[in-house]
Design a protein. Structure first.
Length: 307
């Protein structure tokens, strides 16, 4: 398995799978985008059977090179259609919603923006933390390009720069600074407030940092997925199929919901307490497999001066 998800997260799952199935898994870890590029370079020569990816764009990039086997309908049908490949070549494992985290002492609920595009307005100057080198921010920008085009996306990025958007290395740093009042708001993934609460040994209800979920299909409310694809030469391998089934089974889905606070994608598994139900989110209608052109996004972010 090539894994774009961290060893600290994935290893307990692999140990459980190996113990319960008797199947041995050899894992290689790295950054999701780098692994996707490696798979495209290796082509049919790859030793990998499975690619566990951090985001759908990387899966789309590999699928676009015709390197994945088609997955069986019985597996695909466990996950809502929005969170799997239209061609059936990869399937989502967990969901992660983009949100705007805000400090309740600095931003009143009535003043929260309806659209992420509002954040380039003067009233948000210097108040919206972003992590331009972070993969989830880059996937969000890629989705904006897909949904709204290059020009509007470029205007948004330049607007953030002109508005003196504070720069952080990652989502965790943004949420921590919103919690302590150093930042008023920031653009992150939903589960980081839960991770901060866990670090503090408390519940999300006690934090000053709260999630604002953009509604009405706004691109700021993108739900991306981590997911899995099976390489072509391994499509009929029963051990590989057993592992894919395991990732979409109750035990693994519960693990992700409880340990990473991501959305489980299989029916019957509860998400973290306090999270709005995934079907209730009014998300943009985007084919997640189209989020595969990361290089253009990175170039646009650099050109804007944010990174």
């Amino acid at each position: 398995m090539y894994s774009g998800r961290s060893e600290s997260l994935v290893k307990p799952l692999l140990e459980d799978f190996q113990e319960t199935s008797g199947i041995t898994v050899e894992a290689r870890y790295g950054e999701t985008a780098a692994i996707a590029a490696q798979l495209q370079e290796e082509g049919s020569r790859t030793p990998a059977d499975v690619f566990l990816a951090q985001d759908a764009g990387a899966l789309g990039a590999v699928a676009g090179k015709d390197l994945f086997a088609a997955l069986p309908d019985v597996l695909l049908d466990k996950v809502p259609a929005a969170y799997r490949d239209e061609g059936g070549e990869w399937v989502g494992v967990t969901g992660r919603s983009r949100t705007m985290v805000y400090n309740i002492d600095q931003v009143a609920e009535k003043d929260l923006p309806e659209s992420v595009f509002d954040l380039t307005e003067p009233e948000w100057k210097g108040k919206v933390g972003v992590a331009p080198t972070n993969g989830s921010f880059q996937a969000f920008v890629t989705a904006m390009r897909v949904e709204h085009g290059e020009e509007r996306t470029q205007d948004f990025l330049h607007g953030l720069k002109a508005n003196d958007a504070p720069i952080r290395e990652g989502n965790g740093a943004i949420v921590a600074d919103v919690e302590n009042g150093t930042l008023a708001t920031g653009l992150v993934n939903h589960y980081y407030v839960y991770e901060l609460a866990k670090e503090k040994g408390t519940s999300v209800d006690t934090l000053k940092a709260k999630n604002h979920f953009f509604a009405n299909g706004d691109i700021g409310g993108l739900v991306n997925v981590s997911g899995v694809g099976v390489l072509k030469d391994s499509g009929d391998d029963p051990d590989v199929r057993a592992f894919a089934d395991y990732l979409l089974g109750t035990q693994a889905q519960t693990y992700f919901a409880q340990e990473t606070y991501e959305y489980p994608l299989v029916a019957g598994v509860a998400s973290a307490p306090g999270l709005p139900k995934l079907p209730s989110l009014k998300t943009p209608d985007i084919d997640l497999g189209d989020l595969d052109d990361l290089q253009t996004t990175i170039a646009m972010i650099k050109e804007s001066g944010l990174a």
